[in-house]
Design a protein around this ligand. Structure first.
Ligand code: SAH
Length: 368
């Protein structure tokens, strides 16, 4: 028998479910409160009688995502979750505790169809889009990790280690702008129910132009991030197949238009990729000084922040990490040209926090 996922039911449906079990109606309200706090199972619902908790565990689940694995980075600032959906697909979600708040990196699809050559998420192809509930539940998993069964107002004067999720980045597995309407539905809900302001929400895309236009029409002043990774079309097409459909200038025009309309700084993501020659020496692939100049030309005069991302190595991918010095040399050229730039701190590299690494590893183990 498949278990009913209570989080996917409306409040009247939960009430019917509970009263059909011969329970009083007020139990439904108690259960909903636990669900909205991200309760991973029924055993934590301490204000329910034990036999009801046991009965519920047999016939129902709480959330539409279940934690399969949880990894903590050595500095305890990053927690990565491998989550299973009710059709056994797996996704990843990452909680990052930062000085400005608690940020959750959310997956928008199981797998990915985009085929970027440096990325692990796309190696097994696209399985399916995630639902609004499956994205929202990722936030609740992180919320439970931060807060457990403690209620928010236990620290009315502000806990210095604030236990709220404050930021959302849709930058996990999948391409959000292939699932735009569900992503919008999810973010509308996060804004309304969790009070996460638009300025603290970022969507990252590889450059689906009609999707960027859809976001523009939606009209919320969120942050947009573009995975650029190359400043010229022929190089970009080699590592990002989507560039054969929408060229650099089309993507950038749509993105600049979005950021100007909403008066937000555009984020550009640029992974620094090396390759190995036949002697095993690493050479610069997309991060030579010439490419730094070309990237500067594209950015000049626009309100952008170029995030330089050291590549998290993926065994199956034919690239190499470059030295810290080479990263700084690339950055120095951007700075000299007056372009805002920073180097993204590697978060949780020790726990395979780059896109799709954990999911891939688990799928491969399952095949052995
Ligand atoms: N599909 C969306 C969001 C998911 S990828 C997009 O393309 O933006 C999130 C970011 O991680 C992208 O910038 C992606 O290019 C980058 N990324 C993917 N694999 C990576 C790796 N191995 N190391 C570092 N960054 C990676």
């Amino acid at each position: 028998m498949t278990k009913t996922i209570l989080f996917n039911l409306t409040q009247p449906e939960i009430e019917k479910f509970i009263t059909d079990m011969g329970q009083p109606r007020f139990r439904a309200k108690q259960i909903s409160e636990w669900l909205n706090r991200g309760a991973p199972d029924f055993s934590v619902m301490k204000n329910l009688p034990e036999d009801l908790r046991n009965k519920l565990s047999e016939i129902a689940e709480t959330l539409p995502v279940k934690i399969v694995k949880k990894l903590e980075s050595s500095d305890n600032q990053t927690t990565k979750f491998l989550l299973e959906l009710n059709d056994f697909e797996q996704i990843e979600c990452v909680l990052m505790r930062t000085t400005y708040g608690n940020s959750v990196c959310v997956s928008s699809q199981a797998g990915c169809a985009m085929g970027c050559k440096f990325c692990a998420s796309t190696l097994l192809g696209l399985k399916r889009n995630l639902t609004i509930n499956e994205m929202f539940a990722q936030i609740l998993v992180a919320q439970w990790e931060l807060r457990g069964d403690r209620l928010k107002d236990i620290h009315p004067n502000g806990d210095p280690n604030n236990n709220d999720v404050s930021h959302i980045v849709v930058m996990g597995t999948g391409e959000p702008l292939q699932n735009t309407q569900n992503v919008i539905g999810f973010l509308e809900r996060a804004n309304k129910e969790l009070n996460i302001s638009w300025r603290r929400i970022t969507i990252s895309t590889c450059g689906i132009v009609p999707g960027i236009e859809e976001l523009n029409q939606w009209g919320r002043p969120i942050n947009l991030a573009i995975s650029l990774h190359a400043p010229v079309d022929d190089l970009r097409s080699q590592i990002m197949p989507i560039n054969n459909k929408w060229k650099l200038n089309e993507v950038l025009n749509a993105a600049f238009n979005f950021s100007e309309t909403h008066n937000r700084q555009l984020m550009i993501e640029y992974i620094l990729l090396g390759k190995k020659d036949e002697n095993g020496e690493t050479y610069l692939y997309n991060c030579t000084p010439e490419y730094a100049e070309k990237l500067s030309d594209l950015m000049r005069g626009h309100n952008v922040m170029v995030n330089l991302i050291p590549w998290n190595s993926v065994d199956e991918r034919d690239f190499a990490s470059i030295s810290g010095n080479a990263v700084h040399r690339f950055q120095d050229i951007l700075i000299k040209n007056g372009i805002h730039t920073r180097i993204r701190r590697e978060r949780g590299a020790d726990i395979g926090s780059a896109c799709g690494q954990l999911r891939l590893k688990n799928a491969k183990n399952a095949n052995i």
